[in-house]
Design a protein around this ligand. Structure first.
Ligand SMILES: [Zn+2]
Length: 320
């Protein structure tokens, strides 16, 4: 069985590049599909040509999670080939009506965002929401008759072998990894990366009005990954790596340090979300920073250490 061939594609959102993985046999198969940009399309075409393949030769595209940098080009590839696109159950609504799903996420973010932030020019909220709107331009819906849906946990056969589907929410609540037990390979999506993944804010699968506790889910998923016997991690971004347990340990340790730092700030009388954010991230306030801080506060709340209270008409975080 052939190891996954890494194809590095350029991105405009978040990380500098994203990986797609190619299997040649039994049929040309791609895991993940990059963003829908000209640069990404050209990079994919050039990478396939090295294996004497064209886009129209692709027979299957298998998606790990419904983020623009992993799913953006899937519809375009399907339009230029006879490829089936395989998505998991939770990715399915994103595959057929990404506008609805995207708007749910943006609505939740809109509730969280203040209009302005000190040190950030202009209207912060409008700026973020405009950026979010732009994402939809790099992603197309996939025609239903081209989709194959697989369960969140189970087995898939591709690349000449069996792969266990492992549900690994946290970075994204519809994320699956693929584990090949004989070769000890993990196609990790954005669950295991050489840098700590962001727990991206999103609407809950069961109730779109509620925000999922992404970081808490991620900490549970880390444990699932830690238990696996892995030789090589094939991540969604950057180079494959081994020794996943020490990678996990350093990332989880760091998360707990940051949780403790946010606790100390609250203890010291910094109670407003934006004030805690500014103290934690100095001038590097961003959407990923907000998502992570929300996660730290979720964990502290779950541990019974802090609670949300309205004091003098303002919502804040206080010691319990
Ligand atoms: Zn990604």
């Amino acid at each position: 069985m052939q190891a996954p061939i890494r194809i590095e594609l350029p991105t405009i959102y978040g990380m500098k590049t994203v990986n797609a993985y190619l299997f040649l046999d039994p049929v040309p198969t791609l895991i993940d599909a990059g963003e829908k940009t000209t640069a990404s399309w050209e990079a994919l075409t050039a990478a396939l040509a090295k294996h004497q393949l064209k886009i129209e030769d692709i027979q299957r595209v298998i998606i790990t999670h419904a983020h623009v940098d992993h799913m953006g080009m899937a519809a375009k590839i399907a339009a230029h080939s006879n490829a089936e696109v395989w998505v998991n159950e939770y990715c399915y609504p994103w595959a057929i009506r990404k506008e609805t799903m995207w708007d749910r996420r943006v609505a939740l973010m809109g509730e969280m965002l203040p209009d302005t932030i000190s040190g950030t020019p202009g209207n912060f909220k409008q700026m973020i929401l405009a950026f979010m709107k732009n994402v939809k331009n790099h992603w197309d819906n996939i025609p239903e008759d081209r989709l194959q849906v697989f369960p969140m946990e189970g087995q898939l056969n591709f690349g000449g072998g069996d792969w266990e589907v492992i549900y690994a929410p946290g970075h994204a609540n519809m994320q699956t990894c693929f584990y090949q037990r004989e070769h000890k390979w993990l196609i990790a999506a954005d669950m295991l990366l050489s840098i700590t993944p962001t727990a991206v804010m999103d609407a809950s699968i069961d109730n779109p009005k509620v925000r999922d506790r992404g970081l808490s889910q991620m900490l549970t998923s880390y444990k699932k990954m830690e238990a696996l016997d892995i030789e090589t991690v094939f991540p969604g971004h950057y180079e494959p790596f081994g020794d996943h347990r020490s990678v996990i340990k350093s990332q989880v340790d760091r998360i707990h340090v940051r949780i403790q730092e946010s606790y100390e700030l609250i203890k010291g009388g910094t109670n407003d979300f934006m004030d805690i954010l500014n103290a934690m991230y100095k001038n590097r306030v961003s959407m990923p920073a907000m998502s992570m801080l929300l996660g730290y506060l979720d964990v502290l709340e779950e541990q019974g250490k802090i609670e949300v209270k309205i004091v003098a008409g303002r919502k804040g975080f206080f010691l319990k």
